[in-house]
Design a protein around this ligand. Structure first.
Ligand code: NAP
Length: 407
């Protein structure tokens, strides 16, 4: 990566990010429709910075390789050079990557999260007026989901039915008094105190910084007591140990405060995952920040995104202690590759999350307002146009230009 000598690197001091005015951000273009949405996104992000900071703050984007393009050029799906650069610059923005089939790496997206220990998957979910949705009151949804990103059934410890390892494990389980069917495939679900607490810490810090009214720990602890149940218990423990003056639990509200949360405190509650799915459909406005385990978070994020109009506009970020990767949450939509057709909204709004992370909120606001205005004007890509009446169908690049015109 040939870097611009005027750029400086992001650093951290006492856990706090220090962002120089001129930084370099590596980007991964992505597979399939990735190049189309990446091009549109970087244009919007660049124009927003120019408009707001008039050259005072600037990002130079450098391409790093991953996915098919990387494999074609280097015979590696995720070259060491890419890992080194992202580690060095501490930040990246990426388009979607296809999961290579027939061997090699299991999933590049999962690999990136594991390589950089990006333990929190952050997904804000908010409604933009005018977006067609399947629900009656999408405007009541204003959530941010913190999903644990490194543990749970995603740790990849699985043994095939009838394999030697599955047989060994089932013998071991038998010695512990648990008999399972001999032809079972076996998966392991590790959930640690360390992993749970650091994820809940990130969610609480976010809630405090952004003055959010509540945090909900979502788990399936009624069934999986020592993994899901423990996640919930460790979440409450962490809140008490580190954030006692900011938090009030639902139990305390009922016992000590007559059912009314005291002014200025963040309400900490927990919900069992299956209940949470119906709660979010029926009473979404009672929830704000959600902290949950990996698999629950995976399902919940997509279900909530659908509630406000789908994955085409749902942004996401994978954040660790010092490294963060901002990404489109949908896949590569390969059938539309190279057609300048799909919605770049998810990646553009991931760029907005990146600006927020950098502390450049003025630029975020500009983009979000222009994005909302463009949709209200019914200038949209095919995915939204086909569900609206009287809308103007735009290509990916035209949608980006329409946002810029609305700055
Ligand atoms: P997908 O690429 O998300 O596409 C599924 C459908 O979602 C598309 O056919 C399209 O619907 C709609 N869609 C996706 N992106 C859109 C956009 N930007 N604008 C409008 N509509 C959009 O899911 P997939 O087909 O299951 O996965 C394809 C590849 O992507 C796989 O290799 C998978 O592993 C990978 N993937 C990567 C990521 C990631 O990089 N984070 C995430 C998920 C999947 P219509 O057909 O209705 O138009």
């Amino acid at each position: 990566m040939a870097t611009d000598t005027r750029t400086e690197k992001i650093t951290f001091k006492d856990g706090k990010i220090i962002v120089p005015n001129n930084i370099a951000v590596p980007y991964i273009e992505g597979d399939g429709t990735g190049p189309d949405i990446t091009k549109a996104t970087l244009k919007v992000l660049n124009e927003a910075l120019k408009k707001v900071y008039k050259g005072e703050r600037n990002i130079t984007y450098y391409e790093v390789l991953a996915g098919q393009k990387a494999f074609d050029k280097t015979k590696s799906w995720l070259p060491d050079e890419t890992v080194k650069i992202i580690r060095d610059y501490k930040i990246a923005i990426k388009g979607p990557l296809a999961t290579p089939t027939g061997g090699g790496i299991r999933s590049l997206n999962v690999a990136l999260r594991q390589v950089f220990d990006l333990y929190s998957c952050v997904r804000p979910i908010k409604y933009f007026e005018g977006v067609p949705t399947p629900t009656k009151h999408p405007e009541k949804v204003d959530l941010i989901i913190f999903r644990e990103n490194t543990e749970d059934v995603y740790s990849g410890i699985e043994f095939k039915s009838d394999s030697k390892e599955a047989k060994q494990l089932s013998d071991f389980l038998k010695s512990l008094g648990h008999e399972i069917r001999v032809d079972s495939g076996i998966g392991i679900k590790p959930i640690s105190k360390f992993g749970s607490k650091r994820l809940v810490r990130k969610a609480i810090e976010y809630a405090i910084k952004n003055k959010k009214p509540s945090i909900t720990l979502v788990h399936k602890g009624n069934i999986q007591k020592f993994t899901e149940g423990a996640f919930c218990q460790w979440g409450y423990e962490l809140a008490k140990e580190e954030f006692d003056s900011f938090i009030v639990t639902e139990e305390d509200v009922n016992k000590k405060y007559n059912g009314k949360s005291p002014e200025g405190k963040i309400l900490l509650k927990d919900r069992i995952a299956d209940n949470m799915f119906q709660q979010l459909l029926i009473r979404p406005d009672e929830y704000s920040v959600i902290a949950t385990t990996n698999l629950n978070g995976d399902y919940l994020s997509d279900a909530c995104a659908a509630q406000v109009g789908g994955l085409g506009i749902a942004p996401g970020a994978n954040i660790g202690d010092e490294i963060a990767i901002f990404e489109a949450t949908h896949g590569t939509a390969p059938k539309y590759a190279g057609q300048d057709k799909v919605n770049p909204g998810s990646m553009i709004l991931s760029g907005v999350m990146m600006f927020d992370y950098l502390g450049w909120e003025e630029a975020s606001k500009l983009i979000v307002n222009a994005f909302a205005k463009t949709i209200k004007q019914k200038k949209v890509t095919y995915d939204l146009e086909r569900q609206m009446t009287g809308a103007t169908l735009l290509k990916t690049s035209q949608f980006a230009d329409a946002i810029i015109q609305n700055f």
